[in-house]
Design a protein around this ligand. Sequence first.
Ligand code: HEM
Ligand code: HEM
Length: 299
Amino acid sequence: MRRLFCVLTVFFLFLASLGFSAEKSSAVKSLHIQTNYVDIYKDISNGYVGNWQKYGQTFENLQKNYFKTIYLSILVAIPLIFILHYLLIGPKKFSHEGKKILIFTVLNRIIHWTAALSFLTLVITGLIMVFGKYFGGGSFVRFFRYLHFPAAVVFTPFGFFMFLMWLKDMIFAPGDITWFLKFGGYLSRKNENIMPVGKFNPGQKSWFWLATLGGFVMAYTGYYMYSFSDFTDNLRIYAMIHNILGMALLVMFLVHLYMSLFAIKGSLNSMLTGFKSEDEIRVMHCRFYKKISGKDCVN
Ligand code: HEM
Ligand code: HEM
């Protein structure tokens, strides 16, 4: 009876392992030349578990000692920098009295807000998973883990639509380097810091590329973590990529929030109504202003 049980167990493990790729199939091949069941089991289970020494320890070390600390540092340091910026330099203010220009169509705004809200859910639920231990784990954290996946299902197509709709305007131009060198004029209290910027500035472009392409990598790695359909070592690599890229996304997301909610007074309005003031476009997006109005940027 025990022998039959052993044989059946090995048989089912063998069948299951057929569904996996190269490394695992080499474990299965050796089935034919080995007779000791313990060795056979070890070989097959190695196919699933992978080599602990290869990525296991690195992963465990990063997960236990570094990821949480880095996430926490980001959550403390970035808002602190922005509070200092707001107090010492302050937001840019433009007259909203004059002419208004339509920048974001209804479709732009629907796509933006659907991607934005699903992404916000991903960040919050992702962070709750990262700091799960401090939230007491259990059903509370599990609830947010279950929410992370549907949020990813919504974000992925809308991230793709966003990619298509703004791709043309987001390609970097040679003049963009000046903007980076001057930190976009955000370190100056002067409102009139005119630079040759198109419809989107290079900071916005950087966020666009990271959020869309990075978002797809997050969806790809997340999908494998969800479905468990790869070697354990590969899953560890995906989890590492997911966490490290997650950090970059979190930094840029906080920057995006500060820029759109605080750094330019009334900026949020443009994403709600679609309109920006002519004055803001003239100063902050001079190249674009010249193109649509035919006028010079300096008053
Ligand atoms: C700052 C942003 C993010 C953080 C901190 C984060 C964090 C995490 C963590 C810790 C897990 C592991 C859950 C587990 O142990 O199984 C996870 C899983 C996952 N993530 Fe993220 N994530 C973020 C953004 C994203 C984005 C942008 C996407 C997709 C577009 C995404 C898709 C997924 C998916 C599909 C899973 C698997 C869910 C599951 O196993 O139920 N994540 N994420
Ligand atoms: C929920 C939080 C968010 C808020 C409050 C917000 C707000 C805004 C605002 C006000 C603008 C217009 C900025 C301007 O041109 O003056 C904007 C633009 C934009 N947003 Fe968001 N957004 C959020 C989340 C996101 C997310 C998650 C993404 C990407 C996944 C995103 C991608 C973009 C892009 C690519 C633009 C155009 C370029 C730029 O201004 O950066 N936003 N957002």
